[in-house]
Write a protein that binds this ligand. Structure first.
Ligand code: NIG
Ligand code: MN
Ligand code: MN
Length: 316
């Protein structure tokens, strides 16, 4: 019998895609993904559980282009037809929805879903949502047994932006400053690294905040394959578990047009994909989210397909 997690607002619905046959040799994501039910443990490798965070309240508050609330559905639709070559079970736990502007309550609900799934041995995949999704992810990760028991957490953000804004209300521009404050309140220091920072899209204040917090970052123009590999390797050395957050605006606008703030320069997709493989291969990946897809501005689902491809790579 299906039992949803208590904080889920919208239960999972069946996935769709091309049908070539019912045998394993024809299997696509839509045929492989099953609804998550409390007590699902999967077989073999650590199962992955997908959760949607339908929110664009953070983007609205950050004066961006709204529409990211529709992204979880768009990413599932892009994943569904992909051939399934994974060696793990994948479940869909449904969505948390931010209604009536109640972002903070939605982040709390999504956080509790992620914590429960992590404590049940799953690899969690939170599909945003604007980048306010990151604070929901953080609540989930920080509330997990792994982090509470002292594992050293690293937050790796693939993003053109620091998202360290100091604002009176939380938004898509504030999640990593919120994390820094929450970590300080817990007697820890946020270990935060960003790949793909666009210098002209982050003010002096943001660079000063990053420096004050000891944030490690690699500018977009310095993102050669070697430099990124070295940067990520160093970061991985100093942590036990990783929360990886992919803001799709780290990619060039031609690759990811469907975001609130498309990147003029951007980090090439092969390099972002290589980071995903490197993090997955480290065995330290605890949780991942994908943020900022705005299907309203997408072209031929290009950005949704890139998001789906990166999720597929991370779980492989
Ligand atoms: N999550 C969004 N972050 C960016 C948006 C920048 C923009 O809208 O131009 C930020 O706040 O810096
Ligand atoms: Mn961001
Ligand atoms: Mn960004």
């Amino acid at each position: 019998m299906y039992t949803a997690l208590p904080a889920i607002d919208i239960p999972p619905t069946p996935w769709t895609g091309r049908h070539d046959g019912d045998g394993d040799e024809h299997r696509r994501w839509w045929q492989a993904v099953a609804p998550h039910s409390r007590g699902n443990v999967g077989t073999g490798s650590r199962p992955a559980v997908v959760v949607g965070f339908r929110s664009d309240e953070g983007v609205l508050r950050n004066k961006g282009r709204v529409g990211a609330a529709a992204a979880p559905t768009a990413i599932r639709n892009a994943l569904g037809p992909l051939a399934f070559h994974l060696d793990r079970d994948v479940f869909d736990a449904g969505d948390v929805a931010v209604d009536d502007g109640s972002l903070e309550a939605g982040q709390d609900r999504a956080g509790s879903v992620v914590s429960e799934l992590l404590d049940a041995r799953n690899l969690t995949v939170l599909l945003g949502g604007g980048h306010e999704t990151a604070f929901a992810s953080y609540l989930g990760v920080a509330g997990s047994e792994a982090v509470r028991s002292g594992k050293r957490l690293g937050v790796l953000n693939l993003d053109a932006h620091f998202d360290l804004r100091d604002e009176p209300v939380p938004s898509s521009g504030t999640p990593f400053l919120q994390m820094a404050r929450a970590e300080a309140a817990a007697g820890r220091e946020l270990n935060y690294a960003v790949v793909g920072i666009s210098e002209p899209n982050n003010t002096r204040t943001l660079f000063d905040t990053a420096d004050r917090l000891g944030v490690k970052y690699l500018p977009d123009e310095d993102c050669s394959a070697e430099a990124v590999h070295e940067f990520v390797a160093r970061f991985l050395e100093g942590v036990d578990v990783v929360y990886l957050t992919i803001d799709l605006d780290v990619l060039p606008a031609s690759v990811a047009p469907g975001v609130s703030a498309p990147a003029a320069y951007g980090v090439p997709l092969p390099i972002i994909s290589a980071v995903c493989k490197q993090v997955a291969a480290s065995g330290k990946l605890l949780h991942v989210d994908v943020a900022e897809l705005n299907p309203e501005f997408d072209i031929d689902s290009r950005t949704a397909k890139v998001a789906a491809r990166l999720v597929n790579t991370l779980l492989a």
